[in-house]
Design a protein around this ligand. Sequence first.
Ligand SMILES: *Cc1c(COP(=O)(O)O)cnc(C)c1O
Length: 470
Amino acid sequence: MSIEEFRKNGYAAIDWLCDYFERIESYPVLSKVKPGQIKSSLPSSPPKNAEQFSRIIEDLDKIILPGITHWQAPGFFGYFPANASPPSILAEIFSAGLGVQGMLWLTSPSCTELEILVLDWIVEMMGLPDMFKSSGFGGGVIQDSASSAVLCAVIAARELTKTKAAPQGTQSYLIGYCSEEAHSSVEKAFAIAGLGRENLRKISSDSDGALLYSNLEEQIASDLFNGLKPFFICGTVGSTSTLSCDPIKKIGRLADLNDCWLHVDSAMAGTAAVCPEFRYLNDGIELADSYCFNPHKWMLTNFDCNCFYVKDKKTLISALSVLPEYLRNPRALDQPVVDFRDWQIPLGRRFRALKLWFVIRSYGVDGIREYLRGHVKIANKFASWVEAENHFELTSYTGLNLVCFRVEGDDARNEKLLNTINETGSIFLSHTIIDGRFSLRLCVGQVRVTEQTVLQAWEVIKTCASGIEP
Ligand SMILES: *Cc1c(COP(=O)(O)O)cnc(C)c1O
């Protein structure tokens, strides 16, 4: 593709996306294709000869689009939002076009220095503890996902136990803790790090989904009694299922008493701390050794972008750095530099800070606040509609952007309601289990969601429910 063709096709690609956003509500939110349908509609072998860009776009429209679940549609209320705001999409194009690998400072100084800067900006924007700023012992780094962040946290925590030195590499006496509501990525991190899934204790939670502190205390005491070494606790602020919050302050003190690393996972809810009135979400975070949240969920930034902060960058770097000669910085560098490859699992890294920089500058902190407040206000209204409606029950609402509810009747009726709603194609909801009962989840956080679209969704939900026998 020549530069001239690239220019022409580039304009066409942006036009395509603009048209897509304009007609996004005309597609069924949840793709209706059958398993295997997309793959079997395409040639099983790659084309021998070059094809025209326009031919590729034709197939994108005809074959690929029907297999898309429209996460950007205002009727998408499932799981969590996957924000893709226009400024972040444009930044993504610049990142792709510059095509830099930001593994070392030297391999693109702007990639490293802009990342350090925007992560410091975010500490200020969200009222996070100053210890996470780059000027002291701590610092922040962009990871691809909250899953990678918790894996890095687990590995850094292990580093402090000095078991790295164990020649046989087993750490079977190292024990970690999280609530049963914690994200599955914590267990995955234990599996990947070779610490053993069973060495992660899942502490039960109370009826609000918060970790039961006394159970954690007892479990740690019992593990110590048995000669095991508690070393890691993951606290959740805004669980995936209901946005429940663990008592971070209390857990933090316990972690400190027992020399445990405390990681706080606030993947979706964390963003809300941009608004001062939601800063209660940060309570106790000053006791954490690491913290993360996902701008790629609710902060107008397209996937992937996770902000991961540590209190002591030396430990993280010590856990993750390997220095082959070919990556050694020139001895002539007259100042120490940050090489972010030592803060993450892979070597290579994309220029993701551009996305945050574009988003924060395009909306301003006040614009982001307004955006989040709008969503919370809509979710509040939706929760009040559910509460006021006969035959419906609010099963969880923590005051942010996720509302869980069910219709009167058994689980089978609720499951049928969810399927019926999603089959309409106009909206998409997901589900969870709360206190052993099936609940529907409606998460407000899409870039294009409005009170009007949520009101329409509520009408769809009520109509579907009235058509299902109790
Ligand atoms: C979504 C979510 C995750 C996983 O996020 P990824 O970035 O996809 O790894 C982890 N923890 C919580 C609380 C989440 O809501």
